[in-house]
Ligand binder design. Structure first.
Ligand code: DX5
Ligand code: ZN
Length: 222
């Protein structure tokens, strides 16, 4: 399976959001990663339902919505409605969702991919009961909250460990990595076992998105 590259629009120029989404789409992005933050789970407040609704009207690549909010189960339906036909999936943070089984089941019942994310200091072992109920596991390779941070090196081993564990699960959830991924380290996370790779400043912080994404693909395949 070819690896999935998902630019995070949190690093895009919000004064030209539709153009930016179209630019990475033309540049070969597979998904658009949408970072929703509420100022409670993380020390940042980013975007909500009206922006996702607006994004859905730009004919974007599939929208991969990352909920970094308290009580995400109260909002997943609203984001699915807002994204409309452009929805790919909703990813909930393990640390904030107390009703995980029900929340994941409800997302899947709407025909949408359900993901669970774990912060850097949350061990993989917490996923033991969760893996069979998800389509994707997001390993945060930085502390959630801001783009432009440095990838935490010890997270690379965490990706490899999860890769091994997932082999035993018939549903084979995808592994996504998110945080601090750039051209100079994308091969590291890809070789460790990532299927889907989020990059925000590593793409939107470069002058030529097409050049950057094609170089990233070349690195992954090298
Ligand atoms: C951080 C977010 C990431 C971030 C990625 O909490 O979940 O998606 O925006 O940005 P970079 O790639 O610049 O670290
Ligand atoms: Zn994210």
């Amino acid at each position: 399976m070819s690896k999935i590259i998902a630019p995070s629009i949190l690093s895009a120029d919000f004064t030209r959001l539709a153009e930016e989404v179209n630019a990475v789409k033309q540049a070969g992005a597979d998904w658009i990663h949408v970072d929703v933050m509420d100022g409670h789970f993380v020390h940042n407040l980013t975007l909500g339902i009206p922006i996702v609704e607006a994004l859905s009207r730009t004919n974007p690549p599939p929208l991969d919505i990352h909920l970094q909010i308290e009580a995400p189960e109260s909002f997943s339906d609203k984001f699915i409605d807002a994204a409309g036909d452009s929805i790919l999936g909703i990813t909930l943070q393990y640390e904030t969702c107390r009703l995980l089984h029900g929340s994941l089941s409800r997302i899947k019942a709407r025909g949408v991919k359900a993901g669970v994310a774990i912060s850097p200091m949350t061990p993989i072992s917490v996923l033991e009961e969760v893996l069979e109920y998800v389509d994707m596991v997001l390993i945060m390779t930085v502390e959630p909250g801001f783009p432009g941070q440095k990838l935490i090196p010890s997270m690379v081993d965490k990706i490899s460990m999860l890769r091994e564990i997932i082999e035993d699960f018939p549903n084979k959830p995808l592994i996504q990595v998110d945080g601090g991924v750039k051209l100079d380290n994308i091969k590291l996370v890809s070789d460790a076992g990532a299927d889907s790779i989020v990059s925000g400043s590593g793409i939107f912080g470069t002058p030529d998105y097409a050049e950057t994404i094609s170089q990233m693909r070349a690195e992954i395949q090298s």
